[in-house]
Every structure is written in structure tokens, then in C-alpha cells.
Write a protein that binds this ligand. Sequence first.
Ligand SMILES: [Zn+2]
Length: 87
Amino acid sequence: MKLTAKNKQHIDDMMNGEPEHTDEFSDGLGICAYFHCALCIAVGAPQDISAGWTLHGLQVWCNVHGVNILHVDFEGRQHPGITSRGK
Ligand SMILES: [Zn+2]
């Protein structure tokens, strides 16, 4: 998947703590960039990724390489979330 300039800017803003909230927060598809394992891409392996809750927050894991892709520490804070399917 190739990121558009808008998606790159949105990710940069999120990582810098300045997310742009122009879209409604809903249970509709809002993904603007997918997680991937750089090691899998380097060897041409299909992505096999798990994502789930940890004691600290949220972690994305590569099942092929057994390595961390992302681990977000919520630092004990709670954030709004939606678990409904809307359909
Ligand atoms: Zn991998």
C-alpha cells in the first residue's frame, strides 16, 4: 500500500500529538494506514500480524518474526473507544 501525502501528514500529526480531527469518530472504516512488519516486507513474506491489549496499552506483533511492531503505552489514561458494529 502506498501512502498518500495526506495520510503521511495525518500519521506525522498523530505521532507528534497533534491529530487532525476532521472526520467523525465512528464505527465506520476510518483506517488511513495499516500496520506492517518491515522485516516481512524486506523478505517478501505475507503479513501475519496480531494486535491486542497489553497491561500498558495496545501492541501490534509480527507472528512470522516474533517481533514487536508497535507498543503504545497509554500511561494509565483511558481513551474513548467504540465497540459497536453499526450494522
Ligand atoms: Zn515480520
